[in-house]
Ligand binder design. Structure first.
Ligand code: MOS
Length: 682
């Protein structure tokens, strides 16, 4: 069959729902009017550890219900103890939901919540991550299923014998997910079935999880997730707001809406663990790496083990005969860390890429050249070939575009008035993943095609890209595709996470469209499970390189990122407009990681003290100056039918290190604990 139509994939199609979003008619979870809705206000524990003995409510308060473990309906215990809300007197972290007040208005619910008295027996707590924590242990696996430790060759001997070695410790702080749209749910029970308007990254996953807690099969839970204002991993699974809304609605017999206030998100939706990373590198005088050792110390909670895969990235970046990676965890009286954009890769590449910059300085070798000299032919730890790897090309092409040639390698050389100027670079990588999904396509009477898949669009453009993929697979213009996503009753799709959405869902959509054409029928459904699970175990990764120019005020220490440029090799770019936006978004989030974002812990109180956007700083428009992203025309037909690698996360990987390295080049100061606050430069 020959398609003569112009291909939709690769065109810079604008987001299909853009007009609805900018005119305010696109509905987010909290905006549905489901009649008689009541409002739930979450009461959070004011202590990090203890027992909740009683909740005393003002009998005069204007409430419909005050739920706590003493009176809440019983849930079946699921896989995630943080969702067993209001089931036990045990308090495991500060900010944990201990009660839900439901009232006819938001104001009445909040007011009554403020008047509640909590009778709590406090216990001693431990909230501080440290490398000499007595409880440190090595987990069996790190997220999602990697061995916690790897080792080959003899690292210690190689380091001792190395002509040049570095042994440095980098720290990254706790970071907090703050999508524009807070987590929100409206729950409604009807004839024993549950309907949730919920902001999440995985409607069918939320239906299954929340259903199990209430003893319902997934088909009796209907999750509607039409539009989502960002997630970054924090909406990858159901969060307590969904369970609380369902509990509240069950008790008061009305729909209940629970929207997390921004302050509550800092403890209730998962954060990125702080990390303490020791990196040791050994090299020959010509820059050839002889040993790499990357060890991370990080935290999890008392409730649940989440082991961030911080050093996994080091397993496939550079060649070296002797290598070791590992992770150690401490269980603290803190909320459980969770996914946050590029969990593992983002903090891990800070350690690795900043340490390489230090090695380049010691060797007197250009940092790009050092990386080129250690380019592996196959995945260094597994020996398997890469499906495609154009890292060196990204380094070279990026350097060209950025204007790296002729850079004076010495730090603290360029000055413009009060400003020290420096440049830095770092590598980027992210795994190429796909997960089983199912799509259905129907030929409609008017010549259009309905394409249905239970995927979600977090604002990334997923809806638009799936439309482009379907148009090409059916060889029709995009105008003839009617895409339906964002609903758990549609064919089951994988989570919008791991930069795998387009690949996973696009695979299923392509399959359904091809089957429709081949069968000649007017409906086809395609489940990609078998194809996805039978992929070869080869090295599947996207690569890139970041380049930063910074200006540091010699008097105040203020850092400005005057230029930030990323060059990527991420397979076929499905839509350059939405792709660029994803890459820039990641790079800007990386700027936040380098310079602004930091959950500041008060160990005595077991809390992050800066739990709002006034005190937890993120980059704003004024922080972003000259920024751009570009990509190589990379073809990889071994990964999926589209040849796409996923671009949601690679932008945040490496961009923080490029900025930190540029700060050193500007000032001569190596800041090894992020963020680079101005007080660290004075
Ligand atoms: Mo992302 S942390 O894989 O949702």
């Amino acid at each position: 069959m020959t398609a003569t139509l112009p291909t939709a994939v690769g065109a810079p199609l604008a987001r299909l729902e853009g007009p609805e979003k900018v005119t305010g008619t696109a509905k987010y979870a909290a905006e549905y009017r489901t009649g008689e809705v009541a409002y739930g206000w979450v009461v959070q524990s004011p202590v990090p550890r203890g027992r909740l003995n009683a909740v005393l409510a003002d009998p005069a308060a204007d409430t419909l219900a005050v739920l706590w473990h003493g009176n809440a309906p019983r849930l079946k215990s699921g896989d995630d103890p943080e969702l067993d809300v209001l089931q036990s007197d045990r308090i495991s972290y500060r900010g944990q939901a201990v009660a839900l007040v439901v009232a006819g208005t938001l104001e009445a619910a909040r007011r009554a919540a403020q008047e509640l008295r909590l009778d709590i027996t406090t216990e001693e707590h431990d909230a501080l991550l440290r490398t000499d924590h007595p409880g440190l242990y090595t987990p069996e696996r790190v997220n999602p299923a990697f061995p916690a430790e790897t080792s080959s060759g003899d690292v210690d001997t190689a380091l001792a014998a190395a002509a040049v070695a570095v042994d440095v410790t980098y720290r990254t702080p706790a970071l907090h997910n703050n999508p524009m749209e807070p987590h929100a749910t409206i729950a409604r029970w009807q004839d024993g079935d549950l309907e949730l308007h919920d902001s999440n990254q995985h409607p069918s996953g939320v239906a299954a999880t929340v259903g199990a807690l209430f003893g319902l099969p997934p088909e009796r839970v209907h999750v509607i997730t039409e539009h989502v204002g960002g997630g970054f991993g924090s909406k990858g699974t159901a969060r307590p707001n969904a369970v609380l809304a369902a509990l509240g609605a069950k008790v008061v017999g009305r729909p209940v809406k629970v929207v997390l206030p921004r302050q509550a998100m800092f403890s209730m939706v998962g954060h990125r663990t702080p990390t303490i990373q020791r990196i040791r590198l050994g090299a020959e005088p010509d820059g050839t790496l002889t040993a790499i050792d990357h060890q991370a110390t990080e935290q999890t909670s008392r409730l649940f083990e989440f082991a961030e895969q911080t050093t996994v990235v080091t397993r496939h970046m550079y060649a070296a005969p002797n290598r070791r990676t590992g992770h150690r965890l401490a269980r603290l009286d803190m909320p459980t860390p969770r996914w946050m954009r590029a969990p593992g890769e983002a903090p891990g590449m800070v350690g690795l890429e900043c340490a390489l910059d230090e090695l380049a300085e010691r060797l007197g070798i250009d940092p790009i050249e050092l990386r080129v000299r250690n380019e592996p032919a196959v995945e260094p730890e597994t020996g398997v070939p890469f499906t495609s790897r154009h890292y060196v090309e990204c380094l070279r092409a990026g350097a060209e575009r950025f204007g790296w040639a002729g850079r004076d390698p010495r730090p603290r050389q360029r000055r413009d008035g009060d400003w020290w100027i420096g440049t830095g670079m770092a590598g980027a990588t992210y795994p190429t993943m796909a997960q089983p999904s199912t799509a259905r396509v129907r030929a409609l009477a008017d010549g259009a095609f309905e394409v249905a898949i239970g995927a979600t669009d977090l604002g990334t453009g997923a809806r638009t890209i799936l439309t482009q993929i379907a148009a090409d697979a059916l060889a029709v213009p995009v105008e003839r595709i009617r895409i339906r996503i964002g609903d758990s009753t549609l064919p089951k799709a994988s989570v919008a996470g791991g930069s795998s959405g387009s690949a996973s869902w696009g695979w299923a959509v392509t399959g359904a469209c091809r089957e429709l054409r081949a069968s000649g029928r007017d409906e086809a459904t395609f489940d990609s499970s078998e194809l996805v699970q039978h992929q070869e175990k080869d090295g599947r990764h996207a690569f890139g390189a970041h380049f930063a120019e910074v200006r540091v005020d010699a008097v105040t220490g203020e850092v400005r990122v005057s230029r930030l440029f990323g060059m990527f090799a991420a397979g076929r770019i499905l839509n350059p407009r939405t792709a660029r936006s994803q890459l820039l978004g990641g790079m800007i989030m990386g700027m936040g990681m380098a310079l602004h974002e930091e959950g500041v812990l008060d160990p005595a109180m077991g809390e992050w003290v800066n739990h709002d956007l006034a005190e937890y700083h993120i980059p704003v428009h004024a922080d972003v100056e000259d920024i751009d992203a570009a990509w190589l025309d990379e073809h990889d037909d071994r990964i999926n039918p589209m040849g796409s690698k996923g671009i949601g996360e690679i932008g945040i990987v490496g961009s923080p290190a490029a900025i930190v390295n540029a700060v050193w080049h500007a000032t001569g100061i190596r800041v090894r604990d992020l963020p680079v606050r101005l007080d660290k430069l004075l």
